[in-house]
Design a protein around this ligand. Structure first.
Ligand SMILES: NC(=O)c1ccc[n+]([C@@H]2O[C@H](COP(=O)([O-])OP(=O)(O)OC[C@H]3O[C@@H](n4cnc5c(N)ncnc54)[C@H](OP(=O)(O)O)[C@@H]3O)[C@@H](O)[C@H]2O)c1
Length: 358
C-alpha cells in the first residue's frame, strides 16, 4: 500500500434505498462498527443517501468514537450549503464534520464553494472538498476556495480520472477520494449473468450491468478470479488492492452493507505487488482494445453531430476511450466520459461500422 493511502467506508448503501432490499438496520450498523473495529477511520456519506438515513445510522454507530474518526458528508449542487450542512450535522449528531464536499460542480459551483468556505470559519466543517467535476472546474475551484479533496469514480475498469483529474490533484496537493472502487458491487464477483435490478435500484441504470459492457467486464472478472485464487484473496479485496496501489489515490471509499462484506474487503488489501497490478492492467487492456472506425463510418459521420463525429475521427485503433473523452472535454462546454464513447462504439459495432480486426 502507498504510504498515506487508506481504505475508507462508503455509506451510500447504509441509507437502505437505491440498492435493492435494504437489509436489516442491525446488519448495516454492524458494518460500520466492524469497519471501525478493523481500523477504518474515514467514513463518507451524503444527505441524499437514503434521504438522510445513511447520515442518521452512521452518526449513531460512530457516536462512541466520534473524535477518533473522520466523517465526510456532502452538499447538493442546488442546496443552500449552510442549511444543508446544518441538517446533516443534526442527523449525524455531531457539532462538526471533518469534510463537507460539494456533491457536483453544478451551474453555480463557485457560489456554493464560497458558502462552504464560510462554514469552515464558523466551525461547522474542518475542511471542504469537491466531487464530480472536470479538471478545469477543479482548477477553478482551487482558486476560489481552499478545497482539500476531490472525489471521483475510480476502479480498475473506470479510469477516466487517470487522464486529467488524478495528475491535477497531485499537482495541486488535493487528496483524491476514489468512489465506486468495486464498480457498484460488480467486482464483488457475484453476477454470473447480467443482473436484473428493480427500477428503484440505481444499478438498473448503470451501463456496465448490461449488454456488451457486461460481457467485456465478465471476461476480465474470470481472469481476476484466477489471480485472486492464486493470491488466496477474496475478489473484492483484489479489486480494492488495485485502487490502493495507485500512486495518486488518498482514500478508497469501499461501500459495504454487512460486517461480512467489510471483513472480505479488508482481507489482504494493500499487498498487491507491481507485477500483480501489471497483470490486472494487461487483462483489462486486452478486453478493452480501442476500436478503429471503418471508412464508411468516417463518410457517414460527416452528417452527424459534432460529438459523434469527434469520436469517429478519433477511433484509430490506438487511443483509449478515456483519452478520447478527455480530449473532447478539454475543448467543449459539455464534458464527455469514456462510458459514452464505449456505448457509442457498441452502436457502431452493431452496424458493422468498426473494424472487427483492429
Ligand atoms: N460523490 C459521488 O457522487 C459518489 C457516487 C457514488 C459513490 N460515492 C461514495 O463512494 C462509496 C462507494 O461507492 P459505492 O458504494 O457506490 O460502490 P462500491 O463501493 O463500488 O460498491 C459497493 C457495493 O458493493 C457490494 N459489495 C461490497 N463489498 C462486497 C463484497 N465483499 N462482496 C460482494 N459485494 C460487495 C455491496 O452491494 P451489494 O451487496 O448490493 O452487491 C456494496 O453496497 C459510496 O458508498 C459513497 O460513499 C460517491
Amino acid at each position: 500500500m502507498n504510504p498515506g493511502i487508506q481504505l475508507g467506508f462508503g455509506a451510500w448503501a447504509l441509507g437502505g434505498r437505491g440498492w435493492g432490499a435494504p437489509g436489516e438496520e442491525r446488519a448495516r450498523t454492524a458494518a460500520v462498527r466492524r469497519a471501525h473495529e478493523r481500523g477504518v477511520t474515514f467514513f463518507d456519506t451524503a444527505p441524499t443517501y437514503g434521504d438522510g438515513e445513511s447520515e442518521r445510522l452512521l452518526g449513531n454507530a460512530l457516536r462512541p468514537f466520534r473524535d477518533a474518526v473522520t466523517i465526510a458528508t456532502k452538499v447538493g449542487p442546488h442546496d443552500d450549503p449552510r442549511a444543508s450542512l446544518e441538517s446533516s450535522l443534526s442527523r449525524l449528531g455531531t457539532e462538526y464534520v471533518d469534510l463537507a464536499q460539494l456533491h457536483e460542480a453544478g451551474t453555480r459551483y463557485e457560489w456554493s464553494l464560497e458558502r462552504l468556505h464560510a462554514l469552515i470559519e464558523q466551525g461547522k466543517t474542518r475542511a471542504i472538498g469537491l466531487c464530480n467535476a472536470t479538471a478545469a472546474q477543479i482548477a477553478r475551484a482551487a482558486q476560489i476556495a481552499p478545497i482539500a479533496t476531490y472525489q471521483g469514480s475510480y476502479n480498475l475498469f473506470d479510469r477516466d480520472v487517470e487522464q486529467r483529474e488524478l495528475p491535477l490533484c497531485r499537482k495541486l496537493g488535493l487528496g483524491f477520494l476514489a468512489y465506486r472502487p468495486l464498480a457498484s458491487g460488480l467486482l464483488g464477483g457475484k453476477y454470473a449473468s447480467a443482473p436484473h435490478f428493480a427500477d428503484s435500484d440505481h444499478r438498473a441504470r448503470i451501463y456496465w450491468f448490461k449488454g456488451r459492457e457486461f460481457a467485456r467486464r465478465s471476461a476480465v472478472l474470470d481472469g481476476l478470479s484466477h489471480i485472486a485464487a492464486q493470491l488466496q484473496l477474496p475478489l473484492p479485496a483484489l479489486a480494492l488492492g488495485w485502487v490502493l496501489a495507485q500512486p495518486a489515490v488518498g482514500v478508497v471509499l469501499a461501500g459495504a452493507r454487512s460486517a461480512e462484506q467489510v471483513d472480505e474487503n479488508l482481507a489482504g488489501t494493500g499487498h498487491l505487488t507491481p507485477e500483480t497490478v501489471a497483470e490486472i492492467d494487461a487483462l483489462v487492456a486486452a478486453a478493452f482494445r480501442p476500436a478503429r472506425a471503418t471508412q464508411p463510418a468516417r463518410v457517414l459521420s460527416a452528417t452527424w453531430g459534432p460529438r459523434e463525429r469527434f469520436i469517429v475521427e478519433s477511433l484509430d485503433g490506438t487511443e483509449t476511450y478515456e483519452a478520447i473523452a478527455a480530449r473532447w472535454t478539454d475543448g467543449a462546454d459539455v464534458p464527455m466520459v469514456a462510458a459514452q464513447v464505449k456505448v457509442f462504439v457498441d452502436q457502431l459495432a452493431d452496424q458493422g461500422l468498426v473494424d472487427p480486426d483492429a
